[in-house]
Design a protein. Structure first.
Length: 180
């Protein structure tokens, strides 16, 4: 499938956000393209209002092309994961997204990001955004065997140093307190 040129209120290519009392489990997004969407290419998120009352678990995002997504203002990424557990993000090409390549936030844990090619993400004009892989307020995620390069600020950013980052090809790395 190809998801491209989405805009408007949400403006993302594919947006998985269950309502209160609902769950999305055991899903797979594979062999698809997410191109030139106004917001994120792929979003898997539990809205803050539904935290603890809705869940997204056990997903696979594999072998996709996620390129040229995002807009200035707000938080956008090629792939956004928020309040998620046990998501596998593997073997994707995530390039040229306006803000972050892969953005994992809001108590997301036990996710695996492996074998991806993540290049040239971020706003290179003012460098306010721009991590290849951004981990904020998330923990026990495994980030390994990714090729990450050309990011505006950091190739790998771990805001709290509570994730396992190993065997990545990266030059610009930040671990520790959040700077955004």
């Amino acid at each position: 499938s190809t998801f491209q040129l989405s805009n408007g209120y949400v403006g993302g290519g594919l947006d998985i956000e269950p309502n209160e009392g609902h769950s999305v489990e055991d899903y797979e997004i594979s062999n698809s393209s997410f191109l030139f969407n106004q917001a994120c290419g792929i979003t898997t998120s539990v809205p803050n209002a539904n935290a603890g009352k809705a869940f997204v678990r056990n997903g696979v995002i594999d072998n996709n092309i996620v390129m040229n997504n995002g807009k200035a203002g707000g938080y956008t990424a090629g792939i956004l994961v928020s309040q998620q557990n046990n998501i596998r993000i593997t073997n994707n090409i995530v390039n040229n997204n306006l803000q972050n390549g892969i953005f994992v936030v809001n108590k997301s844990k036990d996710n695996v990001i492996a074998g991806n090619t993540i290049e040239n993400n971020g706003n290179h004009t003012d460098k306010d955004f721009g991590a290849g892989i951004y981990l904020g307020n998330s923990f026990d995620n495994v980030i390994e065997n990714n090729h990450v390069s050309g990011s505006a600020r950091f190739d790998n950013y771990d805001g709290n140093s509570k994730n396992k980052i190993r065997n990545n090809t990266s030059l610009k790395i930040h671990r520790g307190h959040s700077i955004y």
